[in-house]
Design a protein around this ligand. Structure first.
Ligand code: AMP
Length: 308
């Protein structure tokens, strides 16, 4: 099944207590597309870069079977740049700079063959741009969307409009509370379901993820990773594994969404092992499958009870 990904395409500079990476390929769409591509290729990419965007990065995306027909390259434009520094507690991150550059005037225009695509993943960008993409699609079967504090605070009305067109919303815990204006995560998720999405997925970083619909609740375990070098893009890799699995199987049942949440967690757990997109470059299917099985083992227990 075909899959479309829209989001930022960036040149990132990242510092963590374990090292740094300067001017590397990043952006929400890149992480999503790389992770999703292991399940459902080719991924159709929609985004914008400037003429300073290294040609080797475009070639790399093509090598990974990512369709770049929807990538706009603006002559004399400067690519979106983001810099981040993580603390020893890697849940804490300082954004050093966000230079929107070509993103400020981005007008996503879908090539005709992108409009019929069945599965869509909206990476974290301005909700107005997310809506613009959806309005060009013919009949998507499922739309997964991501957002962040920045848009919840600054473009709430626009975000609420886009939310009415999203089936599965992926957020972290603080974004969930902020959007719903409710401290309890389960109540907050149900409030968000009232805004449009059928499912809300709350990513809790190293503590796993929750999948919530009006009637069901599923808690995915956290994988005990011993080597974490760089958490950048983990949330996007999660969204990529999730939509990639749903597109591959073309199955939106609740049971399959649970599997998709685990595949999302698998891709996020790989992502953090190395800097930038490095670990997502050359995974094998065997590695992905083995980690999926390890996730299952993590929360499996038998039904014996000590009570009479
Ligand atoms: P995450 O770690 O999931 O927040 O994603 C990090 C990626 O998002 C980096 O590669 C950045 O280039 C990109 N990013 C950071 N801030 C923004 C923003 N305001 N809009 C779009 N993309 C962003």
């Amino acid at each position: 099944m075909s899959l479309l990904v829209v989001g930022s395409i960036a040149i990132d500079s990242i510092e963590t207590p374990f090292g740094k990476a300067e001017e590397v390929l990043g952006g929400s769409a890149v992480y999503i597309a790389l992770a999703a591509g292991y399940f459902s290729a080719p991924v159709r990419l929609v985004g914008v870069v400037g003429s300073d965007f290294p040609k080797k990065y475009v070639e790399f995306l093509e090598e990974k079977d990512i369709d770049v027909d929807g990538l706009q390259i603006i002559p004399d434009g400067k690519t979106f740049r983001w810099g981040g520094r993580y603390h020893y507690d890697m849940n804490v991150r300082d954004t050093l700079y966000t230079e929107l550059n070509v993103f400020e005037h981005f007008n996503p225009e879908l090539p005709p063959n992108y409009r019929k695509v069945s599965y869509v993943c909206l990476g974290n960008i301005d909700p107005v741009l997310q809506e613009q993409v959806l309005l060009q699609m013919e009949h998507p079967r499922l739309v997964v969307g991501d957002t962040m504090n920045f848009w919840i605070e600054r473009k709430r009305a626009e975000l609420l409009k886009t939310l009415s067109m999203i089936d599965v919303l992926v957020l972290n815990d603080s974004e969930t509370r902020l959007l719903a204006q409710e401290p309890n995560l389960i109540k907050a998720a149900r409030t968000i379901i009232g805004m449009g999405p059928r499912f809300v997925i709350i990513k809790k970083g190293e503590h796993g993820a929750l999948l919530i619909s009006e009637k069901m609740f599923f808690s995915a375990p956290a994988y005990p990773i011993e080597v974490i070098n760089d958490p950048t893009g983990a949330g996007d890799a999660f969204a990529g594994g999730l939509i990639g699995w749903i597109a591959k199987t073309d199955d939106q049942s609740e049971e399959n969404l649970k599997r998709a949440v685990i595949y999302g967690s698998v891709m996020a757990s790989f992502c953090v092992e190395r800097f930038g997109v490095d670990r997502l470059k050359d995974l094998t299917y065997l590695e992905i499958q083995n980690r999926f099985r390890s996730f299952r083992e993590l929360s499996r227990f038998d039904e014996e009870t000590i009570f009479p």
